[in-house]
Design a binder for this molecule. Structure first.
Ligand code: NAI
Ligand code: MN
Ligand code: ZN
Length: 339
């Protein structure tokens, strides 16, 4: 089989590898579609501190089970599945309180262990979630990015009275907008980004207000419209954003961070305690695959609004380069592995 392997930083090869046999408790997935994410490009470029090389990248993938290991029901062969990349131990403290996404021995497919940019991938059976027939392949491949939004919203229980401000209209900002509008029916969703084309996409995903905060002060914009954010999500992840969010927030607001920057940021305590703000963070997803599959079944979200390009996996280098260079026209890029 062919696998997309990052042999070392900046070296991507389409390698010929033996088709893997599923071990006990595993299933083998014949991959149909996969999505390119920022973290795939970070591993490719050597910017992910967790990555070990060589590595088959890809943590957003969908396919059909074509073999099962010992202890897994043969009835699962032929099942259409989306794969949760989060593998956890099940008994450490975070696992015991329902946060397997920060398991003390966390393994993420495509990062710590070979992932889904391959004709076949072997994964734990419990990570392979059945996709109902009513959900199209091109939607099933988008479950993982929406689980990130489900994890964010799951931390803060949005309500219809919320005024939400999202920083960043990349895939993460857009999935969050769709969840806030489509699932929680939040009253006002404001999206800030520096790229007008992405702000257009935010409108298509349901944003009520968009602002180019590279050209206009966000503070002035919110004051002018009389909007005081009660829920702020940082899906742009620049270290300077937290302090700005603290000052823009309504008293009693919640702020969710998604970034992994190792640069320090300066924040003022008084701004947080004076308004009794709650600050959350969100990493990957904690058991959110069933949640998002439910959203898709009910038609509450529309992944098509994020997908701008689809390439055959043989053209993965072109696909990643486009994804990295053209944020104006490019959002989610899919790779096809088999029909
Ligand atoms: P992306 O790079 O496609 O989107 C980020 C957007 O933020 C861009 O459109 C950019 O123009 C905009 N932006 C940058 N600085 C800004 C600022 N100061 N104000 C407003 N907008 C600004 O990235 P993607 O895939 O949407 O991911 C967003 C972030 O989320 C990344 O930093 C990524 O590392 C992080 N992430 C976190 C995850 C988690 O589980 N916590 C999972 C996936 C991504
Ligand atoms: Mn991803
Ligand atoms: Zn654990």
């Amino acid at each position: 089989m062919k696998s997309i392997v990052i042999e070392k930083p900046d070296t991507l090869v389409l390698a010929e590898r033996p088709i893997p046999e599923p071990a006990a408790g595993d299933v083998r997935v014949k991959v149909k579609l996969a999505g390119i994410c920022g973290s795939d490009s970070h591993i490719y470029r050597g910017h992910n501190p967790f990555a070990k090389y060589p590595r088959v990248i890809g943590h957003e993938f969908f396919g059909v089970i074509d073999a099962v290991g010992e202890g897994v029901s043969h009835a699962r062969v032929g099942e259409r599945v989306s794969v949760d990349p989060v593998i956890s131990c099940g008994h450490c403290y975070p696992c015991s309180i329902g946060k397997p996404n920060v398991c003390t021995s966390l393994v993420v497919l495509g990062v710590h262990r070979d992932g889904g940019f391959s004709e076949y991938a072997v994964v734990p059976a419990k990570n392979a979630f059945t996709i109902p027939d009513a959900i199209a392949d091109k939607h099933a491949v988008m479950v993982e990015p929406f689980t990130i939004a489900a994890n964010v919203t799951g931390q803060v229980n949005p309500t219809e009275n919320d005024i939400a401000l999202i920083y960043g209209a990349g895939p993460m900002g857009l999935t969050t907008v769709q969840a806030l509008k489509g699932v929680y029916n939040v009253k006002e969703v404001i999206v800030a980004d520096r790229i007008d084309e992405r702000l257009e996409m935010a409108k298509e995903s349901g944003a009520d207000w968009v602002i180019n905060n590279g050209q206009q002060s966000l503070q002035d914009f919110l004051d002018e419209k009389g909007l005081k954010p009660t829920l702020i999500v940082d899906a742009a992840c620049h270290p300077s954003i937290l302090q700005e969010a603290i000052s823009l927030a309504s008293p009693a607001a919640r702020i969710v961070l998604m970034g992994f920057s190792s640069d320090p940021c300066q924040i003022v305590q008084q701004g947080i305690t004076g308004k009794e703000l709650s600050i959350y963070s969100s990493r990957l997803n904690a058991n959110k695959f069933p949640v998002v599959i439910g959203w898709l079944e009910k038609g509450l979200i529309d992944p098509d609004k994020l997908v701008t390009h689809t390439f055959n996996y043989h053209h993965v280098t072109d696909a990643i380069e486009l994804f990295e260079k053209d944020q104006r026209h490019c959002c989610k890029v899919l790779l096809t592995f088999s029909e």
